[in-house]
Design a protein around this ligand. Structure first.
Ligand code: CTP
Length: 448
């Protein structure tokens, strides 16, 4: 039996793909089709894919040409697959002419004629209306968002809102945007907003945007009360709008692969998660140290750690405890502990205390160490008692990493998907609930 293998993304499956699969199948008796995983596409900079991996597999299946479909998840997998499946022919479209000659060492390489005049890129461009985004607030993260948005196709930042006319104008002039000091006028000229204003204003700005029919990407901390989070998700659901917590690590490739490995049992049952994050800052009049602006270690830093804990252990914790060091009414250090029925988790946060910012996930078979800065994950190691079994994983984490959340936000809007598996609505609500408990001084012990 002659085995043929071919690979592709197969986004918005089109005639070119069908012709290619037909030709590939005709080269032998058994066709294996490798469909790229979502994280692998992100990893190689393809941030604009419309259909997720399950949809793309389904579309390939429906063509009826594939005898077997596999997922392509890492660089170098082609060589592994060719040997593993005993492949005779590797086939790919002629747009790749010469690029896979190195596989000749393992099997025959055939470049098949590409169908002219059609591609997923073209279909995406044709079907995609540009998403006009306005930034609410012109603080430190706003320029980073602007820069990162340029890497996501179909997204265009057009304006900035800041009630302070000087700040709005300064930012808008520097970045060639439209400046607004009137929120309603600002909302009228955008499809979506990125809320990057002071914490205490997140709820109002997000709610007004939703009520005006605009999608919302809201910075962390999302909001400060569980009820507010539930309200926003409810309004969005009723109005068929997307609202997403911009918890950036949740969307990056390495973190997502770590989760998949843990969920597939690679380190056994997870029994302990430790996540730390500190950002020692000069105590000036920064909002981070201002109690009236909801400053403090928990509001500033907890969302990323809580996201990791909740994604790994779930939202059904049975108890939570906080130990904090307070200065001028804000916590400059907090050690938080979440107790589950069969596991524990802790997070160490500091604005006035420095600590190692790593993440350790301990299980019954081994553990995963994500070194500092774990929240900008591009590397982690799976470690076992038998060190020979240890495995290191490397990924790209491009730029400031905001492009991954922007891509997910845009993809949700384009595909009319109001929920993201990267951070489900009830997970986001659970994060807010824990922060609210802390702000209400529940379960909190103050250190002298
Ligand atoms: N292909 C083809 N003819 C086309 C488009 C794609 O023969 N008009 C082939 C590619 O050469 C590859 C396979 O289909 O062998 C899967 O390609 P993929 O990258 O998924 O499709 P594209 O439409 O080229 O996607 P993009 O525009 O995102 O690069």
């Amino acid at each position: 039996m002659k085995k043929v293998i071919t690979y592709g993304t197969y986004d918005l499956l089109h005639e070119g793909h069908i012709n290619l699969l037909r030709r590939a199948k005709a080269l032998g008796d058994y066709l294996i089709v490798g469909v790229t995983s979502d994280s692998f596409d992100k990893e190689r900079g393809k941030l604009n894919v419309r259909n997720n991996v399950l949809e793309r597999i389904e579309a390939v299946k429906k063509t009826g040409f594939a005898d077997e479909i596999i997922i392509e998840d890492y660089i170098g997998q082609k060589i592994d697959d060719i040997q593993k499946y005993n492949v005779d022919i590797f086939a790919i479209g002629s747009d790749w002419e010469g690029k896979f000659d190195y596989l000749n060492e393992y099997c025959k390489v055939v470049y098949l004629p590409r169908t002219e005049g059609i591609s997923s890129t073209q279909l995406r461009a044709e079907s995609q209306t540009i998403l006009k985004i306005g930034i609410v607030g012109s603080g430190r993260i706003a320029p980073r968002f602007l820069n990162e948005s340029q890497y996501v196709s179909g997204v265009h930042v057009v304006s900035v809102y800041n009630p302070n006319v000087e700040e709005a104008t300064l930012f808008a002039t520097k970045h060639k945007l439209q400046a607004y000091t009137d929120y309603n006028a600002f909302l009228k000229n955008v499809d979506a907003v990125y809320v990057a204003s002071p914490h205490i204003s997140h709820y109002d700005y997000s709610k007004q945007a939703l009520l005006a029919g605009k999608h919302v990407l809201c910075e962390i901390p999302f909001v400060l009360k569980k009820q507010e989070a539930s309200d926003l998700y409810e309004i969005a659901k009723q109005k068929n709008l997307v609202i997403l917590e911009a918890n950036k690590t949740a969307f990056c490739p390495a973190w997502n692969h770590l989760l998949v490995l843990v969920k597939s049992g690679m380190i056994g049952d997870v029994v302990d998660v430790k996540a730390s994050l500190s950002k020692l800052m000069p105590e000036t009049n920064l909002r981070e140290f201002n109690v009236s602006e909801a400053g403090g270690s928990v509001t500033e830093l907890a969302p990323l750690c809580l996201m990791a804990i909740i994604k790994l252990l779930g939202k059904n914790y049975v108890d939570v405890k906080f130990y904090s060091k307070i200065k001028n009414k804000v916590d400059i250090f907090t050690s938080g502990h979440l107790i589950y029925d069969s596991a524990v988790a802790s997070f160490t946060l500091g604005l006035g205390v420095k600590t190692e910012g790593n993440l350790v996930v301990s299980g019954t078979k081994g553990y995963i160490l994500v070194p500092s800065p774990w929240w900008l994950t591009n590397f982690f190691e799976v470690r076992y008692e038998d060190q020979n079994k240890n495995k290191k994983y490397f990924y790209s984490y491009d730029g400031d990493g905001l492009r991954y959340e922007i891509q997910e936000f845009a993809s949700m809007i384009f595909n009319k998907r109001i929920s993201s598996f990267h951070l489900y609505r009830n997970e986001s609500i659970a994060i807010t609930e824990i922060i609210e408990k802390f702000l209400n001084k529940e379960h909190t012990t103050l250190l002298k």
